[in-house]
Design a protein around this ligand. Structure first.
Ligand SMILES: Cc1cc2nc3c(=O)[nH]c(=O)nc-3n(C[C@H](O)[C@H](O)[C@H](O)COP(=O)(O)OP(=O)(O)OC[C@H]3O[C@@H](n4cnc5c(N)ncnc54)[C@H](O)[C@@H]3O)c2cc1C
Length: 485
């Protein structure tokens, strides 16, 4: 059955939803101008009622395990932490509770920590360009938000995206859109690329687009820590545990202008497996799935992808292993002005530090996708697939020594390799923010802000990300990004 916005009541319902916190107050509206004494009394009373009282230890504030909360965020990577940060940043700190459930506080397998931290404006979709522009702005102004010591080791440096004859028109179109939206770039013809980068072979290249500002790379771990501690300072609570299930309840909803609606089996609590194996529940008003590469599996626990009707459509986000190789080039290595180069074959390289060290990678063809049971690196992938492409582009790369490598999981959206952000149409209180397939760390500030706007304001305020909603999976309309690496 073809679902359209007009015919599908659940989609229509999205446009009308409002959220209340656990005390029945509207989340979208702040209590402006509240008397400070009334406010303090209200908060204390709330703490007493919920058993969610703050216990103060010398030098440290801890909180009891929250048996209920207003908003639960599943996954405390860059995206979940950004959501928690922005929910608190945009609102009165105490107006509602946010709990982030993270199963691995070492983040050893999270995409965030295994990412290469690249930030570029060179995308084909306006949403991706705008989110990355905001990523740059957020990093540029870190100190005003997080204090004078806030630093993510940002290295400003342009990307050089190469196009063959086949991709030249697309590159021109992308470059223009990027400029229109505020990026600063220049399109170079073959001879101009050669003039700037004489060490690069450009015989088979038609055009290149070089970012002149607002691009570079940074340390993802530092960004994660700023978002996490920033959100905790504003009152968000992190819980170390794994969400292994949900509890449901039947809800009758009254929607303005629409008949009384029975939305069966709305999720009302997460079941959390604690590090010692104990199972605990956290009741919530609203939950956000931001579990990175595990998001599809978490969604299955809500019957997304296994249920009937709308619920038969899965959240198509899964693990895809990507390798990053580190190599030394001792002779005639490209110098300090080496851009983050994205070859039209998909291979990329950039310098790593100042002295002849580089990192590189390539997303494999569908038939060469590595298994995802662990993060083991297959070094043959470098020899067979990556190295030939690098050596074709740069003569000096014919003689390199691989010094190391790591694998990480893209939180890969197998439907169209783009982020999925917004409410789930079958539930009134489930939001999704995942699937950014290799460009999510730079966009995490914008994603967190967007989710907070949806929840607190009822719609996107800063960047219209409607096209990235779950609806496109129901309507079978992929939103394709030409600049996926
Ligand atoms: C090799 C590599 C290179 C990359 N390079 C770039 C780049 O240059 N630029 C860029 O912008 N992006 C890049 N990315 C992508 C970027 O890292 C991701 O898009 C981003 O980090 C996703 O953040 P996240 O918070 O959604 O996921 P994660 O960081 O994976 O966080 C999700 C968290 O959810 C937790 N979790 C999962 N299931 C549960 C559960 N059931 N209960 C509780 N917790 C759970 C996990 O432990 C994890 O910590 C790269 C990724 C990889 C792997």
């Amino acid at each position: 059955m073809l679902l359209t916005k007009a015919s599908n009541p659940s989609i229509r319902l999205l446009l009308k939803r409002t959220f209340h916190n656990k005390n029945g107050k509207l989340l979208q509206r702040e209590r402006r101008g509240e008397n400070p004494i009334t406010r303090t009394g209200r908060i204390l009373l709330n703490d007493l009622k919920t058993g969610y009282k703050i216990i103060t230890n010398p030098g440290k504030i801890t909180k009891r395990f929250p048996s209920e909360t207003d908003i639960v965020v599943i996954g405390g990577g860059a995206i979940g932490s950004s959501i928690a940060y922005w929910l608190k940043e945009k609102s009165n700190v105490d107006s509602f509770d946010v709990v982030v459930v993270e199963k691995d506080t070492s983040y050893s397998k999270s995409s965030t920590c295994l990412s290469v931290g690249g930030l570029r404006q060179q995308f084909s979709l306006s949403e991706n360009i705008q989110m990355s522009l905001f990523g740059h702005e957020f990093i540029r102004t870190l100190k005003t938000r997080f204090g004078p010591h806030a630093d993510v080791a940002f290295t400003p440096h342009g990307y050089l995206v190469l196009a063959s004859e086949h991709g030249a028109d697309q590159l021109l179109e992308n470059a223009q859109l990027q400029k229109d939206l505020g990026a600063i770039n220049v399109v170079l013809e073959k001879h101009q690329i050669k003039e700037r980068f004489p060490w690069m072979n450009v015989d088979d290249v038609a055009l290149g687009c070089l970012g002149l500002e607002k691009e570079g790379w940074f340390d993802p771990w530092s960004l994660l820590k700023l978002l996490q501690t920033g959100s905790e300072k504003k009152g968000a609570q992190y819980i170390n545990g794994e969400v292994v299930g949900f509890e449901f309840r039947d809800v009758d909803m009254n929607i303005e202008g629409v008949q009384k609606y029975n939305t069966a089996d709305q999720p009302s609590a997460v079941v959390v497996k604690m590090p010692d194996g104990e199972l605990k529940t956290i009741r919530f008003s609203l939950c956000v799935i931001a579990a990175g590469a595990e998001s599809g599996k978490v969604a299955e626990k809500l019957r997304i992808g296994t249920g009937q009707g709308i619920l038969s459509v899965p959240l198509p986000v899964e693990r895809r292993k990507r390798y990053v190789f580190v190599f030394d080039c001792e002779k005639n290595a490209p110098g300090l002005n080496t851009p983050m180069t994205i070859d039209y074959s998909g291979a990329y390289f950039r310098r790593d530090g100042l002295g002849g060290k580089f990192i590189c990678g390539l997303s494999p063809d569908a038939e060469n996708e590595p298994d995802t049971k662990d993060l083991e690196v297959n070094y043959e992938f470098f020899d067979q697939h990556v190295w030939p492409l690098l050596a074709r582009r740069v003569d000096a790369f014919n003689a390199v020594k691989v010094k190391g490598a790591w694998g990480g999981f893209y939180e890969y959206n197998s439907f169209d390799e783009n982020g999925i952000i917004g409410p789930h149409p079958a539930f009134t209180n489930v939001y999704i923010a995942t699937g950014f397939s290799g460009h999510g760390i730079q966009q995490s500030p914008a994603i967190g802000r967007a989710v907070s706007e949806l929840i607190l304001d009822g719609n996107f305020q800063s960047i219209d990300l409607t096209r990235l909603g779950f609806d496109r999976m129901l309507l079978m309309k992929p939103l394709l990004e030409a600049g996926i690496i």
